[in-house]
Design a protein. Structure first.
Length: 473
């Protein structure tokens, strides 16, 4: 029996849009809705603000975990529960705090536990508790200034709790206070977190907007949406402040589309399944640095599951790092570096290489590496996103305009193997799990008293490398 399934385009389309009810496996939904959303980047550096938007496209009330993670090692800096009314939209802004970190500000009336709108100024500061006693450097509140966002549906809300979360004709929820009381000591959810909760059903969508008022620019991006994160009939409704559910809480089966091929594969660890859906051997994008338009380009490269492979978790005894990553987290340096290959071309096909290869004897230099969970690569010190040196990297290139590829397979050991659901033979995914985008800015400055600056966002393109059989280093 073949260990790859070749499906007609119509069938592939049905799978990608959730059209086949028998397909119970986590997948990236390119139509933009799902049970999990990942926003690759937020920042308050350089006077940036970041707007986060979540939409419940269904006619059901939703219990949603909202989790902000700092960019170095995805340690949680803010976590709360959000209860969305049917067809509800929630929005908030990440901006600089008085303490030098980041904070969340919202005037949205949708119910959160704890209540944000009810706080003074409708704001809550991000927190450094999870990493401050672990890492020896970069362990202050400023580390919260850059990171990314996870949104995980915990289940459908029913019964009295649905009624309390649902907005009335004035646009205000019926009783957010009752939801807060339910999680308080002696409350219904405090005693039984599954009361009035039904299986997760998906239908969440979202986007982020990077805005810099001082520069007069903004750029929007779609959150990456994962469908069927939970197995059919599953949910996991947790109290506010819990580190669960996480990206490791879902099912261990994945569906991955590569060209016109559909792969069904089961892994021993659920985090491998969601990693497989975004596993890339190579990513590619443009850079624009044309001096005549004062252009600049930054790339955001996010490894949203990296912490599960490189950072020890008390509840799991396995050593780190785990494949596909090759370096464990070093608390003395606050990094876990992954050497990469970089090649780039100008728009006339001239090529340059960025590698740690030289004539002998070679100088003592470090290879080009990406060391954090969120990495910002700026070209020729353009600093479009004003990334800090905690997650930022400068790359000097020889051309004003062109395109570049990052190769994740030049280091051995970057692979994961699961069981092909068609014939149970091994199926191996090579590379690293990644999402992200490039940001281009054109700066014309002040024209007749008005800012004439522009910024646009371009998603990375990618190549997959999926093979039958067990990988060998």
């Amino acid at each position: 029996m073949m260990n790859k399934k070749l499906l007609p385009l119509a069938v592939l389309t049905a799978v990608a849009t959730g059209g086949l009810s028998t397909a119970q496996a986590v997948y990236v939904n390119n139509n933009g809705t799902g049970q999990v959303l990942i926003y690759p980047y937020y920042s308050v550096e350089g006077e940036n603000d970041t707007y986060i938007n979540i939409v419940n496209t269904t006619d059901q009330a939703k219990a949603v975990k909202v989790r902000f993670l700092e960019g170095m090692n995805s340690q949680e800096v803010l976590d709360f529960n959000l209860y969305l009314s049917p067809r509800d939209h929630w929005s908030a802004m990440v901006t600089e705090s008085a303490s030098g970190g980041a904070r969340l500000v919202t005037a949205d009336e949708s119910c959160t536990v704890p209540d944000i709108v009810g706080r003074q100024g409708s704001t809550v500061n991000f927190r450094e508790f999870q990493y401050s006693d672990v890492d020896e450097v970069h362990n202050g509140i400023e580390r919260t200034r850059e990171g990314y966002v996870e949104i995980i549906e915990m289940g459908v809300v029913t019964g009295d709790h649905e009624e309390w979360a649902t907005h009335d004709s004035s646009g205000v929820p019926d009783n957010c206070g009752a939801l807060i009381d339910s999680w308080s000591t002696g409350g219904t959810w405090s005693n039984n977190r599954d009361m009035d909760i039904a299986p997760a059903s998906g239908g969440l969508s979202g986007y982020g907007v990077l805005i810099n008022p001082a520069d007069g620019v903004s750029a929007a991006y779609d959150a990456t949406a994962f469908g069927n994160f939970w197995s059919a009939g599953d949910w996991d409704h947790r109290r506010p402040g819990s580190v669960l559910p996480s990206l490791r809480s879902g099912q261990a089966t994945a569906q991955v589309i590569d060209g016109n091929q559909l792969y069904d594969v089961t892994f021993t660890d659920s985090v491998d399944a969601i990693s497989a859906t975004i596993m890339q051997s190579m990513i590619m994008n443009d850079f624009v640095l044309a001096p005549e338009i004062n252009a600049g380009t930054d790339w955001v490269v996010n490894f949203p599951t990296k912490r599960f492979y490189v950072f020890p978790e008390p509840q799991f005894a396995a050593d780190r790092p785990l494949r596909p990553f090759t370096t464990e987290w070093d608390p003395e340096k606050a990094e876990a570096c992954e050497p990469i290959g970089m090649d780039y071309w100008d728009r006339e096909e001239r090529e340059e290489f960025v590698r740690d290869v030289d004539f002998s004897p070679t100088p003592t230099t470090d290879p080009i590496s990406l060391c954090k969970e969120v990495n910002v690569v700026t070209f020729n010190e353009a600093n479009v996103l004003y990334a800090s040196d905690r997650i930022g990297h400068n790359l000097d290139v020889a051309f004003d305009n062109g395109w570049m590829q990052i190769d994740f397979t030049r280091e051995t050991g970057r692979w994961m193997t699961g069981s092909n659901n068609v014939d149970e033979t091994p199926l191996t995914f090579y590379g690293l799990p990644t999402i992200g985008f490039g940001v281009q800015r054109y700066t014309n400055g002040d024209l007749d008293g008005l800012l004439a600056n522009y910024m646009g966002l371009v998603n990375h393109k990618a190549v997959r490398d999926i093979r039958s059989g067990v990988a060998a280093d």
